[in-house]
Design a protein around this ligand. Structure first.
Ligand code: FAQ
Length: 327
């Protein structure tokens, strides 16, 4: 990340000069990166703050459904792996909050936006995790969807976001494999274990497909974000990629994807799949999912419980700064 401090939005003209606008367009057209020191249109900055902060919130809220199983993982090995994964998600949140901060928003404001509902987080984390197989489904389906969505974001036009995504994607690959392996082991187990794996995939499949966002015709942000090369593919294109990736993997697992309309389409060179229940998606976004209230309340409590850590860190930083001044 650049050492140059980003100027706050209000310190820069939202319109920009002709030269500034031309330079911004040149960098985007040439597939080069916009850095925090560069002039950028206000709408580009706002879109990035929206997407990156929502992404960061998703990583942090996303620790909860899996954190739920750390004390109940079926073996020491599984517990260690799950703990490492949940810690990784915390790290991803931190990279992303830092990337958002380079755009001139502070952490406390982002936190306020999350707990007041002004900022969203991924719909998927409002579903509950009643069985151990859900750890497999989250890894295989949720992290799998995250990889499909996020690998193109490594090429996002905003430097700090693209660089954060490069690190994150490396870890997401491990996450997806560990989920796949949990399900594989269950599918090689007893009838009850196989049934648990299948039942879990039945619940997670459609919500995972909805992670990519609404259909393209109902996606107000996609076109502009693609023109700015923040998003590289549309929501529907990425969803299709995901289904194409899942079908052969489901065959290896011996799991049935819960959609009778999945069928190879020779002409398109893709799998067809059935419609999704978008009413459910919008209900979850409106705060009426299985676990919205619990997720936000827990996040709030964790923030309050952590106040003493932030105070101690600030006191330590102040003491170090005073020491530097004195020497
Ligand atoms: N959930 O116009 P679009 C992970 C909102 S991380 C909630 O299409 P856009 C790792 C959208 O914000 C998962 N809201 O929007 C992990 C917008 O509302 P707004 C998170 C959603 O931005 C694994 C409105 O609908 N990943 O899983 C959702 O162009 C395991 C209209 O939508 C990211 O955030 C949704 N699913 O495209 C962690 C990736 N979809 O803001 C822990 C980065 C849409 O105008 C454990 N983000 N909305 O009020 C993106 O790629 C994009 O922001 C999309 C949405 C694709 C999510």
């Amino acid at each position: 990340m650049t050492a140059v401090q980003p100027a706050l939005p209000e310190e820069k003209s939202a319109e920009g000069s002709v030269d500034q606008r031309r330079e911004f367009d040149r960098l985007i057209d040439a597939d080069m990166r916009i850095e925090p020191r560069d002039w950028m249109p206000d709408a580009y900055r706002k879109t990035l703050i929206r997407q990156i902060s929502q992404h960061a919130h998703s990583e942090i809220i996303g620790m909860q459904p899996e954190g739920n199983w750390i004390t109940r993982a079926p073996s020491l090995k599984r517990k260690a792996i799950l703990m490492a994964k949940v810690q990784d998600e915390a790290g991803h949140g931190l990279y992303l909050y830092s990337a958002a901060q380079t755009l001139g928003i502070d952490r406390e404001t982002m936190f306020e936006q999350l707990v007041t509902g002004a900022a969203k987080y991924s719909s998927i984390f409002n579903y509950t995790t009643p069985t151990w197989a859900d750890m497999g489904s989250i890894g295989w389906l949720v992290d799998g969807a995250a990889i499909c969505n996020q690998v193109p974001l490594c090429r996002a036009s905003y430097g700090p976001y693209g660089r954060a995504m490069t690190r994150i994607c490396k870890e997401e690959s491990f996450h997806q494999r560990q989920g796949f392996e949990i399900l594989l082991e269950l599918m090689r187990g007893t009838d009850a274990q196989k049934a648990m794996a299948q039942e879990s995939v039945n619940r997670w499949y459609a919500p995972a497909l909805m992670m990519f966002g609404p259909p393209d015709e109902d996606s107000p942000n996609s076109q502009r974000s693609m023109a700015w090369k923040i998003k590289r593919f549309s929501n529907d294109d990425l969803r299709q990629r995901f289904v194409d990736m899942l079908v052969p993997q489901a065959e290896v697992l011996g799991i049935t994807l819960p959609d009778p309309d999945i069928k190879w389409n020779e002409e398109r060179g893709h799998y067809d799949f059935g419609p999704l229940d978008w009413d459910e998606f919008y209900e979850v976004l409106a705060g009426r999912g299985q676990a919205n209230a619990v997720r936000v309340a827990r996040r709030k409590k964790a923030h309050e419980d952590g106040a003493w850590v932030r105070e101690a860190a600030r006191a330590c930083a102040d003491a170090q700064a005073a020491e530097r001044m004195a020497s």
